[in-house]
Design a protein around this ligand. Structure first.
Ligand code: SF4
Length: 354
């Protein structure tokens, strides 16, 4: 994908984790082939930023050699999985993921945004994360496979997960799902009985408390190569597990009290802004950090009307335009503004900073 600062290369490590050696090699590749900045996405993937046309090929070859990408682009496109971040080696989430990878060639090619949440812990934890087909557990502890926006799922098992997903993917395509693009927008009758409800979702703090190491929050979901390497050097860290919550679980690392991301981390979005992105005429993340304690609810500071950092609406939106900001409420970046031409200082004053 092309972004303001060059190509974005998305990396989806199998089983959602990077061994220490992979994390260090990935960070060095981000520095060598890109601008060294790495995004953590809301689907628990990584994005290497600032990759050039020339460095794209060598980077892909290195990712394949590291076991972080499939050499076959069609298989790579099908492997759009997201695992519960408290999954552990050998548990049902990991077993389902491995089974799906083994049957990737049988999975039909779905629209590029279609994602599969493998959320087979004691109760779901990924309900708020975008996905189209979800492996979850019922309150009675049984595994189910559910289509997004349908309240009920169908029984499945670790052994039949791959064939059940393949059947659902075929149904999706055969009933015109490709035109809808996402399962949530596809209203065709399901091909099998769906009578199992998922258990109530676990709280984020509960999920992170059961993860195999402390949660390390990453402001605005962006870390640089040096920062990623520094995490691998923390005491006893054996791997970095990806999460969709702007942070990483440091597997094996020393546990600390408190497991939830700091307040504000998940309610505030800001794209890289100026000077990182050539489309931006304003600095974004410094203003977002200073505004965070002054505003309640969701906040989106966007370098321009494109709104890369947040697709949906936020309660307060500041969109950069010609070196100043437009202010909107309950809107997306670039929506008709309530106020225009504001400086950062005027915005801070508006929210009570003298
Ligand atoms: S929204 Fe931000 S990152 Fe996206 S193009 Fe605009 S300035 Fe660049």
């Amino acid at each position: 994908m092309m972004a303001g600062d060059g190509l974005l290369v998305r990396v989806r490590p199998p089983q959602g984790r990077l061994a220490v050696t992979q994390a260090i090699a990935l960070a060095e590749a981000a520095r060598l082939h890109g601008n060294g900045l790495i995004d953590l996405t809301n689907r628990a993937a990584l994005q290497l930023r600032g990759v050039t046309e020339q460095s794209h090929g060598p980077l892909l070859r290195q990712l394949v050699a590291l076991g972080l990408a499939d050499a076959d682009p069609a298989r790579e496109a099908r492997r759009n999985f997201l695992l519960a971040p408290d999954s552990t080696p050998g548990d049902d989430s990991e077993s389902i993921a491995l089974g799906l990878i083994a049957h990737l060639d049988d999975l039909p090619q779905l629209p590029s945004k279609i994602g599969i949440a493998i959320d087979a812990g004691p109760a779901p934890c990924l309900a708020g994360v975008p996905a189209d087909f979800r492996f979850e557990r019922s309150q009675a502890g049984a595994l189910l496979l559910r289509v997004e926006r349908r309240p009920m799922g169908s029984p499945t098992s670790v052994e039949t997960a791959a064939s059940d997903l393949i059947a659902l993917a075929r149904w999706f395509l055969a009933t015109g799902g490709a035109a809808s693009g996402r399962a949530a927008r596809h209203g065709a009758p399901l091909p099998m009985a769906a009578e199992m409800a998922p258990a109530p979702s676990r709280a984020l703090s509960q999920v992170l408390a059961s993860a195999s190491g402390p949660f390390h929050a990453v402001p605005f979901g962006q870390i640089d190569a040096d920062g990623l390497i520094a995490l691998t050097r923390k005491r006893n860290v054996a791997a970095l597990r990806l999460t969709p919550w702007r942070g990483l679980v440091l597997e094996g690392g020393a546990q600390r009290a408190g497991h939830a991301p700091p307040d504000g981390l998940l309610r505030i979005d800001a794209c890289p802004g100026a000077p990182a992105c050539p489309q931006a005429s304003v600095e974004t993340r410094g203003l977002a950090s200073r505004l965070a304690p002054l505003v309640e609810g969701s906040l989106h500071v966007s370098g321009c009307a494109k709104g890369c950092a947040r697709q949906g609406t936020a309660q307060l939106v500041l969109t950069g335009r010609q070196g100043r900001f437009d202010l909107s409420r309950n809107a997306r970046a670039g929506s008709p503004p309530e106020k225009t031409g504001l400086t950062a200082r005027q915005i801070l004053a508006l929210f009570g900073r003298p």
